[in-house]
Write a protein that binds this ligand. Structure first.
Ligand code: ZN
Length: 200
């Protein structure tokens, strides 16, 4: 914890002065161009891997970067998506999975989650992701294949949200799927789980 409070001091001393103009502008303006939905995993840092400035990304992070398909009722994820798309008017939505994802590993390996019932429940939102994996996928390929399939499945879930469906129909938003590879720092684009293509 101490390194975090020391980090605040370093931020105020070494970083903030150079960006004080930006923060002054951001004090009264919130116009992010992108909704970035990633896993809560500590190793995935959206602003770092995209080199985004404060104010650029509206970020939602969930375990396994899962986006439940739309269902009426109040929900933090639903509200965050709706606010970003319908109110802030973001032009791009990125769903970003990553290598060695704990959630995808638990699913791929069929780990016993009886000690974490809420996690087990939450991971049901990846049922369609699992269903997209070929039954004959080699063991060592299961986690990476599931990570990619899950990004594609969550993009499909995203499109069930009325705010997103409306923006898509009006041509006001584009959806993108990414997978961040932790050991190499590379990002692979996933526009179709059966046809992953190198991106950046
Ligand atoms: Zn993860």
């Amino acid at each position: 914890m101490r390194h975090l409070t020391e980090g605040i001091h370093r931020f105020q001393r070494d970083v903030f002065p150079d960006k004080s103009g930006l923060f002054a502008q951001l004090a009264t303006t919130h116009q992010p161009g992108t909704l970035f939905i990633s896993c809560s995993d500590a190793r995935v840092v959206p602003e770092l891997i995209t080199q985004a400035d404060p104010g650029d990304l509206f970020v939602i992070r969930t375990a396994g970067n899962l986006i439940p398909a739309y269902a009426p009722g109040s929900d933090g994820v639903v509200a965050g998506i709706e606010y970003a798309v319908a109110v802030l008017g973001v032009k791009d939505v990125i769903v970003c999975g990553h290598s060695s994802c704990g959630a995808m590993t638990a699913l791929a390996e069929g780990q016993d989650l009886t000690g974490a019932p809420a996690v087990a429940d939450w991971l049901r939102h990846a049922d369609a992701s699992r269903a997209r994996i070929a039954a004959d996928t080699a063991d060592e390929e299961k986690v990476p294949a599931l990570v990619r399939a899950n990004v594609a499945a969550q993009l499909a879930n995203l499109a069930t949200h009325p705010s997103v469906a409306r923006a898509l129909a009006e041509g006001n938003v584009r959806l993108h799927g990414w997978v961040f590879d932790i050991p190499t720092g590379t990002v692979e684009e996933v526009d179709d789980v059966t046809r992953p293509a190198a991106a950046a």
